[in-house]
Design a protein around this ligand. Structure first.
Ligand code: NAD
Ligand code: ZN
Ligand code: ZN
Length: 475
């Protein structure tokens, strides 16, 4: 049984309230230590339960969202009632007594629990306590210590990152090709993790849920969201904000705004590595294939056998086209595609004429659908040149330079061009396909690093050494 010490965990920022409460405890002769978790009351509860403490919840009227406290001790209910009465009398009525933790495991004293919780909370809430990859501007990233993020809006969630990865777009930020990227932010937008705190306006999700984080933040209510065009959501954080305009997930924790739309529960049977690409490149591949209006018997060409191109091939395959043809200049990537049976035909555009090869395969017509996922100097031109008349050409690549659309040359070809940034609102469908075994992108993960070695991971990813395709980071 715990001794007479009381551990008070408080979660409110009003120093006057704390002083009032300390007075009450003092007057009642309760020895008190305070731990200041600021937040994360739920994990504290979970930890306490794990350590063999019993939580008895006390209903409390008007429980404020960020005004919570928890008392841990072997309190009798009479003593607790008295405490509540005293607290109210001393004008601290808004503080809910969230729970009383009764020590019933003889091996644990409240002191031990206290030190355990303090350690945990030191890690979670105090000072510069998490590692994060920071965009420093001027072409540099650095691993620095950052404060754990906290809920800022009732629509936010805090996610404990269990796996994150490096995306080509992170390199675009690093090299200053993303004008809206804000120096000083934590980068990273491919994230899976566990919810550790939820704002009180988020429904359908719970603390403890394993979730995939969407690269895009969207409100679900504006003109564009209602039409599924979430990339153009008009909310201030709408579109690609995480790891670009606001802190992202190459860290131990991330704050996700508009969490109800931005987080999707991961089925139990799906691992973090299976789910990691859901919110970004898999969403892009899924969206790219969807807007390409693929029909059975179509011949599809995907230019670019990078992670995004491969996701597009895998999602195109869901429509059962006659053939998927992969084009790249990197033979190792084409070999991977061949070995993993991701495409039926691979073409190395450095050693072969792509146009010639496509015309041969398609009886001189050209491809029914071309998805351009390379973003190379000549790949936009290649895309429309290898397309058959009336084909759909979908451009998901991002170019560093302007591209030329020589309409006189393609006159009469009657092409449909589709372009843009992903409308990433199909994460549920994607995770269900993964759970059903119909979509698997784990072969993209070629390297695994600890988050603390993120700089070495970036070095490898950027250099294209060792056949690197995707690098995941474990916080
Ligand atoms: N539209 C979106 O929302 C969205 C989302 C994610 C990524 N992207 C973009 O998709 C593109 C691909 O992303 P990724 O992560 O796969 O990048 P990546 O750089 O790993 O892959 C690009 C591939 O294209 C190949 N390539 C380059 N030049 C070529 C050429 N001239 N001919 C043939 N192949 C060539 C490269 O060898 C590489 O394998 C990038 O431009 C990225 O910014 C767009
Ligand atoms: Zn990305
Ligand atoms: Zn919106």
């Amino acid at each position: 049984m715990a001794g007479t010490e009381t551990v008070l965990l408080y979660n409110f920022n009003d120093p006057q309230k704390l002083r009032n409460m300390k007075m009450v405890f003092l007057k009642m002769g309760i020895r008190m230590r305070t731990v200041t978790p600021d937040m994360y009351m739920e994990p504290v509860g979970a930890l306490a339960r794990l350590k063999g403490y019993e939580l008895s919840h006390i209903p409390y009227e008007g429980s404020g969202f960020d005004d919570e406290m928890m008392v841990m001790n072997g309190f009798s209910s009479a003593r607790l009632d008295e405490l509540l009465r005293q607290l109210r009398r001393n004008k601290v009525p808004k503080i809910p007594l969230k729970a009383v933790v009764t020590a019933h495991n003889a091996a644990w004293t409240s002191l031990e629990l206290h030190s355990e919780l303090t350690k945990e909370h030191q890690m979670m809430t105090h000072g510069p306590i998490m590692d994060a990859v920071i965009y420093k501007g001027n072409g540099t990233f650095a691993l620095e210590k950052r404060k754990i993020p906290t809920i800022q809006q009732p629509t936010d969630a805090i996610v404990k990152v269990t796996l994150t990865s490096i995306c080509t777009s992170d390199l675009h930020i690093k090299h200053g090709h993303v004008p809206k990227a804000v120096p000083g932010i934590v980068v990273g937008h491919e994230i899976v993790g566990e919810i550790v705190q939820l704002g009180n306006c988020v429904s359908g999700l719970s603390v403890g849920d394993r979730v995939a984080v969407n690269v895009e933040t969207f409100c679900g209510e504006c003109f564009f969201c209602q039409r599924g065009f979430v990339n153009n959501c008009t909310n201030e954080n709408g579109g690609w904000a995480l790891g670009c305009r606001i802190d992202g997930g190459q860290a131990q924790y991330v704050r996700v705004p508009l969490a109800q739309n931005g987080l999707t529960k991961i089925p139990d049977s799906v691992t973090d590595e299976q789910a990691i690409f859901t919110g970004d490149i898999l969403s892009t591949g899924y969206w790219g294939a969807k807007i390409s209006e693929i029909k059975p018997d179509d011949i599809i060409v995907v230019i670019g056998a990078g992670p995004t191109g491969i996701c597009a091939m895998k999602c195109a395959a869901l429509y059962h086209p006659a053939h998927i043809i992969a084009v790249d200049i990197d033979q190792r990537r084409l070999d991977l595609i061949k070995n993993e049976h991701i495409a039926d035909v691979t073409i190395n555009s450095q050693s072969q004429s792509v146009k010639q090869a496509i015309l041969e395969i398609t009886d001189g017509r050209g491809a029914d659908v071309v998805i351009e996922a390379a973003g190379g100097k000549n790949t936009f031109q290649m895309a429309w040149e290898i397309a058959r008349p009336n084909a759909i050409v979908t451009v998901i690549a991002l170019y560093d330079e302007d591209q030329v659309l020589p309409l006189p040359q393609m006159y009469g070809k009657n092409l449909t061009f589709k372009t843009g940034g992903v409308d990433a609102c199909n994460c549920r469908e994607i995770l269900d396909l993964i759970a059903d075994g119909r979509l698997d992108t784990t072969c993209l993960i070629t390297h695994r690093f600890d988050l603390k070695d993120a700089m070495a991971a970036y070095d490898l990813f950027e250099s294209h050494r060792d056949g690197v395709m995707k690098v995941v980071l474990k916080p």
